[in-house]
Design a protein around this ligand. Structure first.
Ligand code: NA7
Length: 539
């Protein structure tokens, strides 16, 4: 493990940043460059965030690498070579390590350190941040850069303690290589993580049994070596593509569709969907027509197109039907990009267990018990997802004015202003928090926007001698209502997903990301800043 000169870190700081992923690294760089004392706190032993923890075989980004990278530094854009169209976890982690080295960021972080509790002190107007190791920091500002998908959902299946084999969660994969040769591996969960890990496990293990509760829509990534002409163009045109990404809907430049899926002939639709399918893009098929996420009948045309592709790839018709997603609109659960996912089920060593037909009963000493049979396993992989978006924040023991816990303020769902500020929690900023585009966008684009906006706010407060700033109750109430209103105009809230919190038992069911689009959201944030931070009060 790298040694970090953390002893030099002051116990008093201007800003405490929690997290050393894409957001935390850029925050530390930007705030420190502006002359502030910044202390970063990171639970992992090194930088990387999501890409530090999710090191399961096959972990990969599904946004093109040239756009899933920082744009704030032209030299960085021009010097880093991505090997593939969609980068694998080791390459993204190598990139973040390069960024940490290049800007000498590690010296500002305390690694292997987890926030236990953070209290706003009404008298001093400072945050008191206590860590699990017993350390305490006092800072004017607390900025969370904890990611939206960093709190793994605990396995909710009874009996795990009895299991004699080895188990792991994709979101906290062991640091060392896991030897699966000759092993019978079970995988619970078929979201992005399951869909990425299953084909690789099937190649390396003796046998793989997949326990599927909900079939997911996934599209072929068509991954491969990065196109040198694209790299050349993006470097020459810098920052035009990045600017286009910032103004787009999802943080990825794309043509805005003008037609409804229902106004064209079936032949035209199929030709369009086929061309998009073959491009290998996450939002390609979904952005063929403007109403695919707005109108159920329009959505069904795209959903049926994907279902037909599954039926073509999977040789056994009954198995294909079990893998065909049904009962929710295409795109309303986060769609996935895959490499050989459906074809993997044609292998003799892969078996699908449909938990809708034979529900899971629990874990036994030997393996997984369903209502139909016991499945003996050597290794059990939980690809069961995360307590998304709010989970990493409510787990930090954050207490605002008068000691009010964030869990109490959000007991009916998150209430935020712009997804980055919470009333009664002064000087707390939540990068890609609930009520911002975050997970419904290219995260790096949204992270850069939040980091720049929040840093500008902190610097402007210092210039003006403002001690505290917080969102007003009215601004947060209105924004939260706006987030819901925009979501309700789409098909998203109709589906139970981690966007709505429905994947975590007992979590309030509220649609959390802002679906109004990255470009529109950025304009709103910029207008708020230009209007002297309308909706905030200062003291
Ligand atoms: P996801 O997308 O939340 O997927 C989790 C999967 O695990 C999903 O298929 C769930 O089925 C299944 N699941 C969860 N809990 C259970 C239990 N108790 N029993 C059976 N099956 C279960 O998480 P991922 O890690 O794959 O992806 C998260 C995001 O990371 C992804 O969208 C990208 O943005 C990157 P369900 O659908 O709930 O029926």
């Amino acid at each position: 493990m790298t040694t970090h000169p953390n002893d030099a870190t002051p116990a008093e700081a201007d800003v405490v940043v929690v997290g050393a992923g894409f957001a935390g690294l850029y925050l530390v760089h930007r705030l420190r460059s502006a002359g502030l004392d910044v202390v970063g706190i990171e639970a992992g032993s090194d930088v990387g965030g999501t890409w530090y923890w999710n090191r399961y075989p096959g972990a990969r980004c599904d946004i093109p690498s040239m756009l899933y990278s920082y744009s704030f530094d032209e030299d960085l854009v021009k010097e880093w070579d991505w090997p593939e169209k969609y980068s694998a976890q080791p390459d993204i982690l190598a990139y973040l390590n390069h960024v940490a080295d290049r800007f000498d960021l590690r010296r500002s972080f305390r690694f292997d350190t987890r926030v236990r509790r953070a209290d706003f002190d009404d008298h001093t107007g400072r945050w008191i941040v206590a860590t699990e190791g017993g350390g305490v920091l006092s800072a004017r500002h607390l900025v969370t850069a904890v990611g939206a998908l960093s709190k793994s959902k605990p396995p909710e299946v009874p009996g795990l303690e009895r299991f004699a084999g080895r188990w792991m969660h994709t979101g906290a994969w062991p640091q060392e290589d896991v030897d699966l040769a000759g092993k019978h591996v079970g995988v619970i969960g078929t979201g992005s993580s399951g869909i990425q890990v299953i084909p690789i496990l099937a190649e390396g293990a003796a046998k793989v049994t997949v326990f599927q509760r909900t079939a997911n829509f996934t599209l072929p990534a068509k991954n491969g070596p990065i196109d040198p002409a694209l790299v050349e163009r993006m470097r020459e045109d810098y920052p035009a593509e990045h600017v286009a990404a910032r103004r787009s809907l999802f943080g990825i430049p794309a043509e805005r569709p003008t037609k409804s899926a229902l106004e064209v002939s079936e032949e035209e639709r199929t030709a369009t969907f086929t061309e998009r399918w073959n491009r290998g893009e996450l939002i390609g098929v979904l952005s063929s027509y403007y109403d695919l996420l707005l109108d159920r009948a329009a959505n069904e045309t795209a959903g049926e197109f994907v279902r037909d592709r599954i039926r073509e790839i999977v040789e056994d018709p009954a198995l294909a039907e079990a893998l065909v997603p049904q009962g929710y609109a295409f795109g309303t659960k986060r769609p996935c990009l895959d490499t050989n996912y459906y074809a993997t089920y044609n292998r003799p060593n892969v078996r699908l267990v449909n938990l809708r037909e034979t529900p899971l009963v629990g874990i036994t000493e030997a393996g997984v018990q369903t209502e139909a049979e016991e499945h003996p396993l050597d290794v059990l992989v939980f690809a069961t997802g995360f307590d998304a978006i709010t989970g990493p924040l409510t787990a930090m023991g954050i207490h605002g004015r008068d000691g009010v816990p964030l869990t109490e303020a959000w007991k009916h769902g998150p209430v935020t202003y712009l997804g980055l500020s919470v009333p009664q929690f002064p000087n707390l900023f939540t990068v890609t928090g609930p009520g911002s585009p975050s997970v419904l966008s290219n995260m790096v684009v949204s992270i850069e926007q939040h980091v720049e906006w929040i840093s500008d706010l902190i610097l402007s407060m210092r210039e003006r001698g403002v001690a505290t700033i917080e969102a007003t109750e009215v601004a947060a109430k209105d924004w939260t209502a706006h987030v819901q209103e925009v979501a309700e105009a789409t098909l998203y809230p109709e589906t139970d997903s981690w966007f709505t919190g429905a994947n975590v038992p007992g979590k309030p069911k509220v649609f959390m990301p802002y679906v109004g689009g990255v470009g529109r959201y950025r304009r709103i944030c910029d207008d708020v800043a230009a209007a002297d931070y309308r909706g905030f009060v200062t003291r």
